[in-house]
Design a binder for this molecule. Structure first.
Ligand SMILES: [Zn+2]
Length: 131
């Protein structure tokens, strides 16, 4: 199944590269913030936050932003790898085509809107409920 044109894939690829580059810069900047040396040891600190309820609010906000950035970056890198494959733009759940407009707005999208909503409904409380 290959419904996106080469031009559409290349346009998406350019957006992915631009967005990924901006995210890398943001993450690098956040990690290098002066006076915020804890984020230099991000992995250690993330482990601490789970046990330490009094984690500094500002630092934990920064780390949440970095985590979101890294998650998006991973999604973008996955999209980049799939970009010219036959499965790109096809919903992983229902195998329907994901509209080009949705892909442009959500470069790492791997599901159609209906399946994404279903996924979020069924997985929404997993993190909070897994303690
Ligand atoms: Zn779907």
């Amino acid at each position: 199944m290959r419904y996106l044109t080469i031009e559409q894939r290349e346009a998406l690829g350019a957006h992915i590269d631009g967005r990924a580059g901006a995210l890398r810069d943001q993450i690098a900047t956040a990690l290098k913030q002066p006076g915020n040396s804890e984020t230099m040891h991000l992995a250690n600190h993330l482990a601490e936050i789970d046990d330490d309820a009094v984690a500094d609010l500002e630092t934990s906000l920064d780390i949440a932003a970095i985590e979101r950035g890294l998650a998006e970056l991973r999604a973008l890198e996955g999209a980049r790898e799939r970009l010219h494959g036959p499965e790109f733009g096809v919903c992983v759940d229902c195998e329907n085509e994901i509209p080009y407009r949705r892909l442009m707005a959500n470069l790492g999208a791997i599901r159609c809107v209906a399946c994404q909503e279903h996924f979020e409904r069924t997985h929404a409380n997993r993190r909070a409920g897994s303690i």
